[in-house]
Write a protein that binds this ligand. Structure first.
Ligand code: NAP
Length: 493
């Protein structure tokens, strides 16, 4: 086992008690915390982990991606708190890679660097009209309702009656649910205050939810589609011809599997016809958008093309346009067709896949050779797929490789050379105002307290400036969650 080899580390070697391994992790979502935890758990390996996060708050998509009405999923952060409490862990929030610290800084200061930067952008449809007002990405809409500082000003036009959502993954289902769920139910969640106000005023009554392939290829999970089908005041309308599959079409989809359950659920749902509820989700398979139609610069509809299924040379079932088109009324279009990584200057990037190219988590360069001491985890490593827990195994595999490298190539002698200083020195010299994990815990406590009065799990403080202000005030009031004398509790700015 790669982890066990660290036991034999000679005194003074990188990873020994005298000279712990120094690791920087860029990003603070689930993959980052699982990587940190896996490092701490390696037997005989002494390690210090510094996590850098652009925002003042940790947890990435757990805070700014998981839908507000999925509070249970967010409870996973209690595990991350345990990691953060380990000696040797430090959080540097409000520190942006490329702005406050460079990749070269990290390479100079740490033995190994792990990129856990996720997939911050979104895939494009590449069709006319995508830039019209009223055409938004799921990254933007999800960021808006979760209160992500980048998307507070999105201001989606909810004065329209019909919306179209493209893609039928779990994100598309989240977007559709938030558009149509009773705002009073959402008001009891940690949704951004401005979003629940806007949703209270919303006139959206109907959402076309459109997948390019068939029901048997749908990307959503059974639990998520069943939740959509049981929203109060909303009918999930499905054309029974699209979900009644022939025996040939069902070949290979075993009874009892998630896919088969979904098909059976939707078949039963389709029997309900139009239903009588005031709001409708029109779930439609085998159609792709070909043109977003506008008037005066705003979306007024979308032209879709009906598809048929065909197997490609590798046996993958793909959608193929039939040439038959149809126009749907929609004043709001949301593409929820997947996320995409954003390149980091100085780090290799695979443009076609939108990820950092790697072999088992070790970054590889253009020549295909591993780049020493550079690693990647999570969506930046494998693309935007999988549930939160998927990242655990993914991060462990990367850490296996990191430990392996340490054993076979412990790094240049310069690892111990004077001049290798602590990042704190550099941040102070640059006047960077960073947020420690204790600072975050203050903000976390305040948000939870603010939510209590309304029976909500938390009321988020919105915007970076306000978050920093609240932390400053709270720390001034002496409500630090740790002994103020301990190094980790000291104010960093
Ligand atoms: P996803 O699961 O990959 O779904 C993307 C959807 O977009 C698919 O239906 C895909 O269709 C479609 N699509 C892609 N390119 C398209 C194009 N050019 N035109 C039309 N449709 C296109 O991605 P996601 O929904 O963004 O979710 C990302 C990951 O997060 C997933 O693993 C998901 O399960 C997870 N997640 C989980 C939850 C939850 O557990 N509650 C919530 C949110 C997200 P094809 O299948 O035909 O490619």
């Amino acid at each position: 086992m790669a982890g066990g080899t660290a036991d034999r580390r000679r005194p003074g070697a990188v990873g020994s008690a005298e000279r712990p391994l120094r690791v920087a992790i860029a990003g603070s979502g689930p993959a980052a915390f699982y990587a940190a935890e896996s490092l701490f758990r390696r037997k005989g390996l002494a390690v210090r982990v510094d996590v850098f996060e652009r925002l003042p708050t940790p947890y990435g998509l757990v805070r700014y991606g998981v839908a507000p009405d999925h509070e249970n999923i967010r409870k996973v952060t209690s595990t991350y708190e345990q990691t953060a409490a380990r000696p040797g862990f430090r959080f540097f929030g409000n520190v942006e890679l490329g702005r406050d610290v460079s990749v070269d800084d990290l390479r100079g200061l740490y033995d190994q660097v792990v990129y856990a930067v996720g997939a911050a952008s979104d895939r494009r449809l590449g069709i006319p009209g995508e830039e019209l007002a009223g055409s938004i990405s799921s990254a933007a809409f999800v960021g808006w309702y979760t209160g992500h500082p980048d998307w507070r000003d999105l201001n989606p036009d909810l004065s329209v009656e019909r919306a179209a959502v493209f893609g039928i993954g779990n994100v598309a289902l989240d977007v559709t649910r938030i558009l149509l769920r009773d705002p009073e139910e959402l008001a009891r969640t940690d949704i951004a205050d401005y979003a629940v106000e806007a949703l209270r005023e919303s006139r959206v009554r109907e959402v076309h939810l459109i997948g390019r392939r068939g029901v048997a290829q749908a990307a959503f999970s059974p639990k998520e589609i069943e939740e959509l089908g049981s929203l109060s005041g909303v009918d999930l309308v499905v054309d029974r011809r699209q979900v009644r599959l022939s025996d040939t079409e069902l070949v290979g989809i075993e009874r009892g599997t998630a896919r088969r359950k979904t098909i059976e659920y939707l078949k039963a749902k389709s029997e309900g016809g139009e239903g009588t509820s005031p709001r409708k989700i029109r779930l439609r398979f085998l159609a792709s958008p070909v043109d977003i139609l506008g008037e005066g610069g705003r979306v007024i509809g979308v032209r879709i093309e009906k598809n048929e299924l065909a197997r490609d040379d590798e046996g993958v079932t793909r959608a193929r346009g039939t040439g038959e088109t149809e126009v749907l009324d929609a004043g709001l279009v949301c593409r929820a067709i997947g996320y995409r990584g954003v390149p980091i200057p100085g780090v290799p990037f695979d443009e076609a896949r939108g990820i950092i190219p790697n072999k088992g988590g070790q970054v590889v360069g253009k020549d295909g050779h591993p780049v020493p001491r550079q690693y990647v985890v999570g969506w930046a490593k494998r693309g935007p797929s999988g549930l939160i827990g998927t990242n655990r195994a993914c991060s462990i595999r990367t850490v296996d490789r990191m430990v392996e490298e340490l054993t076979t190539d412990p790094g240049p002698e310069g690892s111990d050379a004077p001049g290798r200083s602590d990042v704190v020195v550099l941040l102070r010299a640059r006047g960077v105002r960073w947020v420690t994990f204790d600072d975050w815990k203050l903000l976390d406590g305040i948000e939870r307290e603010r939510g209590k009065a309304d029976g909500r799990p938390r009321r988020k403080v919105l915007g970076v400036e306000d978050q920093l202000k609240v932390i400053t005030q709270a720390s001034g009031a002496g409500c630090s969650s740790r002994d103020p004398g301990s190094p980790s509790a000291r104010r960093s700015w």
